[in-house]
Write a protein that binds this ligand. Structure first.
Ligand code: CA
Length: 250
């Protein structure tokens, strides 16, 4: 795990390849003041084929992200100078649409909801595994900046990531950040079964989390988006996970 007391046994050159899919080298900016974590991320991402730059303060990170085009930014929350939330907010205000993955401290003062509210695209709680970080970065880069804020619609259900709002049949539905992230991930993959492990890694960033937690959250979602409306949006795919069926034309 990265961000725990000891280093990075899992920082080997693993499945990922930062640039080889498109032929172009992908550039990543790491904004992190903790030397061990920053170095371990740098080495791991470099081994995965990315070109990696580092900044150790919020101010330097902001300047580098404003001046240079990056494919993604890994941004720690607790930094000397401007903290990660301020950096993120200022970058978005400045029109920088680079995907941002925030690193938050477990049990820390800040909540991931705040990170997402300031314009981050995703978050990971420290300590995290490098393999999970690599997968999340690839997903962010694939999604790219332009589709980041697309509204997701499914029948009468509407999810707007930029406003963090959810509604069905014009009625507003309150979702917690975790419920929102779960529904967003499922809607992004509508029509395809999504495995429980994929959901847990993508929504919780914790590959050790038990599947019962996911089941509980799927239950919360169904009680909010389906039961009051007599709909059945989230299907259980036995032995795999869940799927949002494509909407059949009437
Ligand atoms: Ca830090």
């Amino acid at each position: 795990m990265i961000g725990s007391a000891v280093g990075s046994a899992d920082t080997g050159p693993t499945a990922g390849c930062g640039g080889c899919q498109t032929g172009a080298v992908m550039r990543i900016l790491i904004v992190e003041d903790e030397e061990l974590i920053a170095r371990s991320l740098h080495d791991g991402l470099t081994a995965d084929g990315y070109a990696v730059d580092r900044a150790a303060t919020g101010d330097v990170g902001f300047w580098m992200a404003s001046e240079h085009p990056y494919d993604a930014i890994v941004l720690d929350v607790l930094l000397p100078g401007m903290n990660g939330f301020v950096v993120c907010q200022k970058l978005r205000e400045a029109g920088v649409t680079t995907p941002i993955l925030m690193l938050t401290a477990k049990g820390g003062e800040y909540d991931q909801a705040e990170g997402l509210d300031t314009g981050a695209d995703d978050y990971l709680t420290k300590p995290f595994s490098f393999i999970v970080l690599g997968a999340r970065l690839r997903a962010l880069i694939r999604r790219g900046p332009t589709q980041r804020l697309a509204v997701l619609e499914h029948g009468s259900l509407r999810l707007d990531p930029s406003r963090r709002s959810c509604e069905r049949e014009g009625q507003s539905i309150e979702l917690t950040p975790r419920e929102f992230a779960l529904l967003q991930y499922l809607l992004h993959h509508a029509g395809r079964p999504v495995s429980k492990r994929d959901l847990i890694e993508s929504v919780w960033g914790d590959d050790d989390l038990g599947e019962n937690v996911l089941q509980v959250y799927i239950g919360y979602l169904r009680r909010k988006i389906d039961e009051p409306f007599g709909t059945d949006t989230i299907e259980t795919v036995r032995g795999i996970g869940y799927r949002i069926a494509l909407v059949r034309p009437v």
